[in-house]
Design a binder for this molecule. Sequence first.
Ligand SMILES: [Zn+2]
Length: 471
Amino acid sequence: MTALNDRQISATREAWSAIEPETRAMFRTLWETPELPMMEYEAEAALSSWLSDHGFTVERGVCRMPTAFRAVWSNGDGPTLGFLAEYDALPGQGNRLEPNRAPDGKRGGHACGHNLIGGADSGAAIAAKAAMEELGLTGSIVVLGTPAEEILWGKIAMLRDGAFDGIDALLTSHGDYQNGAPSRPCLSCVSAEFVFSGVSSHGGSRRSQNALDAAELMVQSVERLRAHQFSNAIIGHVLRFAGYMPSITPDEARLWITVRHEVFEHAEEVYNLILPIAADAAGYTGTEFREQLISASRGYLANDVMANRLHDSMQIIGPPAWDDDDLSFMRDLSEHCRPGQEFVLDRDVAVHTEGCDPYGQDDGEASFYIPLARANWAYPTGVLLHNWAATANSGHESQFKGGVFAGESLALTAIDLVSDPAAIDAAQKELVGRVGTRKLSPPRVGGFDVMTQNPESFWDSTWVSHDRLSS
Ligand SMILES: [Zn+2]
């Protein structure tokens, strides 16, 4: 149960009210400037200067990552709480602030609502700091600016390189289809690009070493094997480069594959089963191939202590207070996405313990080392995440209210945890119990130099890396 008393609740809520207008302005700023993973230059600048203005000491470019930061404030002994700001956008999902498909011509769009996470989690940290000062509570707050969540990359690299060191508990948020605190896993993911290299020639010739043939053979073989050998794994792929024109035999083809499963070790095992297929496909076609690891990330490690404390705060705050305008926009949007289907939007606040969430999150990797709570707020079920509709919704007041609900709940949870460090001890004990005898492999990310020095080459599919999952 929460240890919060009335004075702590009112001081924190006042601190939140004071920062809420700036938080909302940040939602808007980030939404209007969507930037692809590892190219979040404007978002990083906006968030770090905001935190600096509110008394945080900000180290920019932490871990040699130009769009990462670490903002710290401390007023003495006590717990160290970490807030995780995300702010990257998704390619191809730009949309104007309209309840219908209206491409805005931008390279990316906030189709996962990270404009709200970056604003809410940073605003929560600012409010928690102000409330701690007001209440005379001591401890430290760290805001990690974590780029490239969408490729499950930033937090893995920051974890490996020490940015999470010294943090006792983690607080973050994400839009979902419910309001509340999940204490259940999400999917682990291994992600890599396979680059096949052949020989170009006139498309009419028959003996050329066709890189696209190799990539397509790999896709088909993986799918055939999946049906019988690892049907419970989710395998996604895109062909990122597949040639220029039919009359030039493709001398390069790039296949990006993700393997997802609830159990990290199983995702890894499946990945290792499909790896030889790349070699075989290259062998059949007389081409060569290169494995370019992107990342391997565990899914979320549930933590009941953290989820229950967050839920207590959410109940005090209450679910997002959507008005008629909000509901009407979201209804229109849902109707455009899924015509004729019932409009469903969660209005409750709950702890969610059943099942497994169908997405991956790179904070999952961190949750195996530091107890983590994630505040979820609801999108209507008709609005698909990673879709233009989520971009439109994430720029609208109706979802700003979700971000506000999450931010205020996180600020209150921070005060709860700082004033009751025994809860953090209990959360850490739960984590140790859940990890059990599992041996955790060190965090693995690939292409560090490319991502940090030339991310454009990752996004135009010309990058070169020799990092493999098992090196
Ligand atoms: Zn996301």
